[in-house]
Ligand binder design. Structure first.
Ligand SMILES: [Zn+2]
Length: 407
């Protein structure tokens, strides 16, 4: 039997998309599968990547001070760009500010519609405050400008620590000098794919991403789901399912679901045979609310609620789009459910996501529920979920994938 805590421990290192460590984790998953008698393939896919050449950030008015900063991958280049600054307190009230020919300072991430608004308003650069105000370290995450945003134009962007952003804002920053130069190259990531043969012609696909963000060891997000998927593979290799099962450990999820997007693109012709996608993203932490997000008909919510009731296991189940590898499948007409866990006290994508969060009993409590659900699905005479995406979920997908603007 696979030892979940041992595997989690062995995966406790940063596995950023496109990195050597991500590849090492993929090979480790393959080796683990081999130990339980399952052959797998490594499916590589290309990813635009870039390397930092230089980056700096300096407040030049009304005081002078240099601040630590990090580049924003695949954003624009600029050398000694000096501009007046607008500090934006809340990204949702962008219209309040005149950003033309200015550098904008704001907190957090920059998403599609706000980025579009900034470009259209003539903004010339962005400084983003990132991280947690009360974290002991001053580490700054490496983020990237997603393809969809690049299409709008590449503004120079740097990230700084949120503590420094507070200082700049409270000291009334009015002018900034920034440099960010990076060299682009075509890199790669990879999915690990394995199959367990069933006795029918139908298929269920199971996904979990194994990459992490740059500052995180990613034990919870999402070594936990990857280990859950390994345990499912082990279980069903010994208990032949009625329906075929395809397992995908996805790379580069944190860069925008790149692994699952690459898979559906490469296997477009085979997607017809998949009836359901089951995704695991963040399970089994010591404390946290277990949840299931259904991108499919309402009936699936009822089904999971029923299982939750008879098991006495709380599972907050709802219909929506989950920001994880289930989404590209749902967007191709395959009903999907993501199992996960939430806890406002334990932030992810930062140094706090380590083995400290994980617990064997809690992991198995979540895992057993998932195994039972998967078992019911892959052994049902006919998978009891309509192979359709209802209109309300189609609309949520359009909004999530920036085809339509939400409220
Ligand atoms: Zn995740």
């Amino acid at each position: 039997m696979l030892d979940e805590m041992q595997i989690l421990k062995e995966l406790e290192y940063t596995r950023t998309w496109g990195s050597k460590e991500e590849l090492k984790a993929a090979k480790y998953i393959q080796t683990t599968l081999k130990k339980i008698g399952i052959e797998s393939t490594l499916e590589k896919f290309k990813l635009n990547n870039s390397e930092l050449e230089k980056v700096s950030l300096e407040v030049t008015k009304p005081y002078k001070k240099k601040y630590a900063c990090n580049f924003y991958k695949l954003a624009g280049n600029a050398t000694n760009l000096v501009k007046d600054v607008v500090f934006v307190k809340d990204i949702n009230e962008l219209r309040k500010y005149d950003v033309e020919n200015k550098i904008v300072l704001l907190q957090g991430r920059i998403r599609y519609w706000k980025y579009k608004e900034l470009i259209e308003a003539g903004c010339k650069g962005i400084v983003l405050g990132d991280g947690h105000l009360f974290a002991e370290d001053n580490d700054i995450d490496t983020r990237e400008l997603r393809e969809k945003l690049q299409e709008l134009g590449k503004l120079p962007i740097v990230s700084c620590n949120i503590k420094d952003l507070y200082e700049m804002a409270s000291k009334g920053v009015s002018q900034i000098k920034m440099t960010t130069v990076q060299k682009a190259f075509v890199g790669s990531s990879q999915n690990v794919v394995a199959h367990i043969k069933g006795r029918s012609k139908r298929h269920v696909v199971l996904t979990a991403h194994y990459d992490s963000t740059a500052l995180s060891k990613g034990s919870w997000d999402n070594a936990s789901g990857s280990v859950g998927l390994l345990k499912l593979a082990e279980h069903f290799s010994k208990n032949e399912p009625l329906h075929n099962m395809t397992f995908i450990w996805c790379g580069a999820e944190e860069r925008g679901l790149c692994g699952s997007k690459a898979y559906v693109k490469k296997h477009k012709k085979e997607l017809d045979k998949y009836d359901l996608c089951i995704n695991l993203d963040m399970i089994g932490a010591t404390i946290g609310k277990f949840l299931a997000c259904v991108t499919g008909e309402e009936k699936m919510v009822g089904y999971i609620d029923y299982l939750s009731s008879i098991k006495g296991k709380a599972c907050h189940c709802y219909q929506d789009v989950y920001s994880s590898d289930s989404t590209p499948f749902a967007d191709n007409g395959i009903p999907a459910v993501s199992f996960g866990q939430g806890n406002p006290a334990t932030p992810i994508h930062c140094c706090f996501d380590t083995m400290f969060l994980m617990n064997k009993d809690s992991f198995n409590d979540d895992y057993q529920f998932i195994e039972e659900f998967v078992s019911n699905m892959v052994n049902a005479k006919r998978i009891p979920i309509e192979r359709t995406i209802p209109d309300n979920m189609k609309e949520r997908l359009d909004i999530y994938l920036f085809r339509k603007r939400g409220k």
